[in-house]
Design a protein around this ligand. Structure first.
Ligand SMILES: [Zn+2]
Ligand SMILES: [Zn+2]
Ligand SMILES: [Zn+2]
Length: 137
C-alpha cells in the first residue's frame, strides 16, 4: 500500500502539468468526458499533451480518487471530476448521446443487503440508465 501511494505520488509529480490541465477540463464539463474528448479539448486550449499521457493521467487521477470513471454502454470509459460533486448516477440518450446527471443514489439499502448476503465489503457500484431524451422521443 505504501509503495502504491509512493508510486502514485512520484507519478503525480511527474504529471503535474497535464494533471492540472485535465482536472480543469473535467471540472468545466457538465457531463463525463472520454479520453479522446479530453484530448480534443486540451488541443483546443493549445495544451500540448498526447493521448497516451491523457490516458495515463486519467488512470492516476482515478487512483487518487479525484475523478470518477463512468461506463455508459459505449465501449469506452468516461471521466468526471469528483470535486464538489456527490456520488451520483447518469442517464444517456440512445438517440443523440446526451448525458444527464441523476443527483441521487437509490442503492444504500441494497448495498447493506449485498454485504450481509455475500460478506463482501462493497467498495463501489455502477448503475446507469438509458433511454430517449425529450428531443429524441
Ligand atoms: Zn436525445
Ligand atoms: Zn455526473
Ligand atoms: Zn450510487
Amino acid at each position: 500500500m505504501t509503495n502504491l501511494i509512493a508510486g502514485l505520488r512520484a507519478e503525480g509529480r511527474r504529471l503535474t502539468r497535464p494533471r492540472k490541465a485535465i482536472l480543469d477540463v473535467l471540472e468545466k464539463s457538465k457531463y463525463p468526458l472520454s479520453a479522446a474528448d479530453v484530448h480534443a479539448r486540451l488541443k483546443r486550449e493549445q495544451v500540448a499533451v498526447d493521448l497516451v499521457t491523457v490516458y495515463r493521467t486519467l488512470a492516476v487521477l482515478k487512483k487518487l480518487g479525484l475523478i470518477a470513471q463512468v461506463e455508459l454502454g459505449e465501449g469506452q470509459f468516461r471521466y468526471e471530476s469528483r470535486h464538489g460533486r456527490e456520488h451520483h448516477h447518469h442517464i444517456r440518450c440512445r438517440g443523440c448521446g446526451r448525458i444527464a446527471d441523476l443527483m441521487l443514489c437509490p442503492l444504500k439499502k441494497l448495498t447493506a443487503l449485498v454485504e450481509r448476503e455475500t460478506r463482501f465489503t462493497v467498495e463501489e457500484h455502477s448503475l446507469e440508465f438509458f433511454g430517449w431524451c425529450p428531443k429524441c422521443q
